[in-house]
Structures are given as structure tokens and as C-alpha cells.
Design a protein around this ligand. Structure first.
Ligand code: DLL
Length: 439
């Protein structure tokens, strides 16, 4: 399939023109926040920041970071920059503790958001002929409505099935001839497995799925290969990244080259920082992504600390776009597990597991404190329960998995092989880690 570009003027801009646009938008945003958001006004005053003092993009470093706690402390509407009557939509993302993070959109914000998503879904291969089933939960989560509006913008036929009810999802897929799915990678895989289970009644060739617009959680290349193989029929999926505080989906996504996630740089100014020291890192470094949403007006965020670990490549892509590309998210600086001094990301374990035969791709990491040491148990589901009765084979499999994970993480772990379907399934983001250390 040829690489198609929704908005060539913006997506293929020269870096010089792009940076000039970013600078003028940054100055306008600083001025806007200064005049309209007390929180930013007070911060700017304290640090002597004014729009006139921003002379080049790197002057952004004089602006303090905004964090999730800042949004929570101003719950629900303390960071609004317009009277409530100008707000046309509110979303929220729940955290593990404290108040949810509330985000709000003006009419103009929704238009920008749809444009951002339209570019990415078009780059992935969706068109006005696509029939798209959105299996993200509609509600306070930004995923469903974000993709919904962007896909409608390009003229696709949108089927808002929302999350859950797997039987019905599969029925609509077959009956409506759905060719594109929007879901988390884990749910997309779960649907494929469920479709295969019903294989005799409804053979796989009854499904017309060709494209998966996946996102909202990590997906290793190995996991992606598994999803594509399970759906078969040349199913192709892309990784899409975003977060509620930055509108939702629409910040970045893969094109058909799948060589990094294209950032909508005219809207999002990105930096990579050292998450411990807060220092901005040189181009090409891996670290925490910090994003300024240059065009957001309802509830603007400046230098937002995403906690997501990635790196950015500024070279032109084979697809023709000049926009920078971020690598797949390597992990979060805060879901990163530190086990006996070693950083562990769930995605590393996933990469080790996929490719091992006889196990399903469902796994769980259980962290415990035993005495003074932290221990990691990796629970992995078998495909065939009868293996549990064949001790020799079971032990061999356990050792294979153990050695693979140990080689990657460099620490001792315990591997438990558990019965098929005993690890909880999620229709939203999968919860891979059970941390029992504080219990
Ligand atoms: O997950 C927005 C979204 C919806 C993106 C649908 C893509 C598709 P939140 O619920 O606020 O927003 O969660 C944001 O999810 O900081 C990442 O840690 C993680 N995340 C999102 N997309 C990816 C991805 C939406 N493609 C948080 N890969 C972010 C890895 C992702 N992690």
C-alpha cells in the first residue's frame, strides 16, 4: 500500500519552517497562559518568564515542568483558561491514587484533536472506505472518542461497539465486514484468540480485518507479530501513542513503514529529559518524554512530564514525512520495577515470552519482599492444561522460560506455569504487575 499523507503541508514541512512555527506558537501559548491561568501566571512571575523573553525554542527550559500532581492539586477545573461555557468536552483519567486527572476541551481543541488523529489513522492506512470498529471504552477515557472523531474526519464508517462483550464484537465484525479495529494490543489479541476458538462454527475467513489501530498500552514487536499471525489474512497493525493530558490519542503514531511513531510536531513540542535530575538530554538520548501542547486552549499544559521513556529520531522517514519519530515506549519511569537494584520493565519480560511455544501471551509479574530482598515471580499461562501432568516436559518448559528472562533481566526470577485462562483478561489496559511489597 502506498504511503498516503493527510496533511502534506504540515507533515512534510522543512525543519526550519516547523521550528519557526513552533516558536511562534510557543510564545503565543506562554502569553495566553500568563493572561488566563492563575497557576501559570504565578509560576511565570516567580521565574521571571514572559513571552518576549522566549527568543528560541531552547528557552523553553526556563519554564518549570507541569506534573500529574499539579493537575490533581487543581482538581477539577482549577487549570481552566476559559469560562466554563467555552468548554465543550471533559475527559478524565483515573490514577492509582488520589483525584483523577481532569482535562477539558474548547471547540477549537476538539477540531485540532480530530486533525491530529486523522493524520495518524490515515498514515496507518485507514481511508474513507474503511469500516472501523472501536473497541475502546466510550466514557471518560479519551481513546474511544478521540479515535472516533479522527476517523470520521477522514470519512471512515465508524462502529462504536465500545469495550467488552467479545461475542458481540465478533458478530459485528463478521456481519458488518469490519476491516479496521481500534483496540489495545492485548484486547486485539484476545479477540483473535476468541475468534479462533469458534473456528469451526465461524471460520477465520469470515473476518475481513486488515488493519489494527492499536494503542494506549505497550506492544513489543514480538507481541505485534503474534497479533498479526493470529488474525492472519495479512493483518497489519500500528502503534499509536498519546495521553489524556495531551488530548488523548493523536500525539504520535506509526505510518506503514513502522519505523517509529510520527509526532504531530506542529502541535506537540517534545523534549527528552533525565527523569532523575530533570536535565534536558541531548538529541538522540533515551529518557523521559516531556511535551508542550502548543495549540491546546481549554486546559493548556506546558512541559508536561509524561513519565514515559522513549527517544526521538529527527531524520526524514521513507514515507516522505519530515516529522520526528519517537521510539515505541520502552516503559514508564514510574511503572518501572526496581528489583534488587535492577530496572525491570514488563515489556522486557513480554519480549522474552513471545516466541516460546506451549504458552499463551498472557502473563503477570508478581513482586514480593522476602526478608530484605525483592523477588519477582513471572506467572505464565499454558495453552494445554494436560502439560501440568507431564512433569518432565513442564520442568523443561519452565527452565527455558526462566533462562530466557534471566538472560534479559540479569536477575534471578521464579517462573510459575499456570492453567489456561487463569490469568485475568482485560478489555482495557492490561494490568501486568501485581506489586505486593507494601503488603
Ligand atoms: O491511553 C490515550 C490513548 C488512547 C493513546 C488510545 C492511544 C490510543 P491515558 O489513559 O491518559 O491515555 O494513558 C496514557 O498510557 O502515559 C503511556 O504510559 C500509556 N500509553 C499510551 N499509548 C501507549 C503506547 C491514553 N502506544 C498513558 N505504547 C501514557 C505504550 C502507551 N504506552
Amino acid at each position: 500500500m502506498k504511503n498516503r499523507i493527510w496533511n502534506p503541508e504540515m507533515e512534510c514541512m522543512s525543519r526550519k519552517d516547523l521550528e519557526a512555527l513552533q516558536l511562534s506558537r510557543l510564545k503565543a501559548l506562554v502569553d495566553y497562559c500568563d493572561k488566563n491561568v492563575r497557576f501559570y501566571h504565578e509560576r511565570f512571575e516567580k521565574h521571571g518568564i514572559t513571552a518576549e523573553k522566549i527568543k528560541c525554542l531552547s528557552d523553553i527550559q526556563y519554564i518549570p515542568y507541569t506534573t500529574k500532581d499539579d493537575l490533581r492539586d487543581n482538581y477539577p477545573f482549577g487549570l481552566l483558561s476559559v469560562p466554563q461555557k467555552k468548554i465543550v468536552r471533559v475527559h478524565a483519567s483515573s490514577g492509582t491514587t488520589g483525584n483523577p486527572t481532569v482535562v477539558a476541551y474548547t471547540k477549537e481543541d476538539l477540531d485540532n484533536w480530530s486533525e491530529q488523529v486523522a493524520r495518524l489513522v490515515y498514515a496507518a492506512g485507514a481511508t474513507d472506505e474503511s469500516i472501523v470498529q472501536i473497541c475502546f471504552g466510550y466514557g471518560m477515557f479519551t481513546g474511544a472518542l478521540g479515535l472516533h472523531y479522527g476517523l470520521e474526519k477522514i470519512g471512515a464508517t465508524v462502529i462504536p461497539t465500545s469495550s467488552g462483550n467479545t461475542e458481540k464484537q465478533l458478530k459485528f465484525m463478521r456481519d458488518f465486514g469490519t476491516d479496521t479495529i481500534v483496540a489495545t494490543p492485548s484486547y486485539c489479541l484476545y479477540l483473535a484468540e476468541s475468534a479462533r476458538e469458534k473456528g469451526i462454527e465461524f471460520p477465520m475467513d469470515q473476518y475481513k480485518l486488515k488493519l489494527g489501530l492499536l494503542g494506549s498500552e505497550g506492544c513489543t514487536p514480538e507481541m505485534r507479530a503474534r497479533i498479526e499471525e493470529r488474525w492472519g489474512n495479512n493483518f497489519f497493525c500500528t502503534d499509536n501513542y498519546g495521553m489524556s493530558e495531551l488530548n488523548g490519542p493523536g500525539m504520535s503514531g506509526e505510518c506503514r513503514e513502522r519505523a517509529g511513531l510520527h509526532i504531530n510536531e506542529d502541535h506537540f513540542l517534545c523534549e527528552i529529559i533525565d527523569s532523575k535530575t530533570g536535565d534536558v538530554l541531548p538529541e538522540g538520548s533515551t529518557g523521559e518524554l516531556v511535551v508542550t501542547n502548543l495549540t491546546k486552549r481549554g486546559l493548556p499544559v506546558l512541559r508536561y512530564r509524561t513519565k514515559d521513556i522513549t527517544n526521538i529520531n529527527y531524520e526524514k522517514c521513507e514515507c516522505g514525512r519530515t516529522s520526528a519519530r519517537m521510539s515505541k515506549i520502552i516503559g514508564r519511569s514510574d511503572d518501572m520495577l526496581k528489583i534488587r537494584g535492577v530496572n525491570v520493565f514488563p515489556s522486557q519480560v513480554e519480549a522474552a515470552l513471545i516466541g516460546v511455544t506451549s504458552i499463551s501471551p498472557h502473563y503477570q509479574l508478581v513482586v514480593r519482599r522476602e526478608g530484605f530482598a525483592d523477588t519477582l515471580e513471572v506467572r505464565v499461562e499454558l495453552i494445554d492444561a494436560s502439560l501440568l501432568e507431564r512433569y518432565g516436559e513442564l520442568e523443561k518448559l519452565r527452565k527455558t522460560i526462566h533462562d530466557k528472562i534471566k538472560a534479559i533481566l540479569g536477575i534471578e526470577i521464579k517462573v510459575s506455569l499456570v492453567e489456561p485462562k487463569s490469568i485475568e483478561r482485560f478489555t482495557g489496559k492490561a494490568q501486568r504487575v501485581v506489586d505486593l511489597r507494601s503488603k
